[in-house]
Design a binder for this molecule. Sequence first.
Ligand SMILES: [Zn+2]
Ligand SMILES: [Zn+2]
Length: 93
Amino acid sequence: MGSLIPAGEGPSARCRVCGAVAVGPCARCRSAVCGDCCELTDGGATTFAVCLPCVRRGGTSLAPAWRGTLLWLAMIVLGLATIAALIAVVRLR
Ligand SMILES: [Zn+2]
Ligand SMILES: [Zn+2]
């Protein structure tokens, strides 16, 4: 393979998937990806690019950990509500 990139232009980031010149970093793993190897995802106010390995691993969502925390909170609240209900039942007797 000959050098297609002219020397002296500085180090250009290469796509981690196919090795082409990258257009930007992945929003999840920060690896450089080219336009063909990323999927655009709507992250609220901004649109993010997520590389295909990350998409395959967990979709284009940027907040899987945040969702897990929310699930945990819901379970804790549910548990506390159950305990409170049990105490109320015991006191009524
Ligand atoms: Zn690529
Ligand atoms: Zn990635």
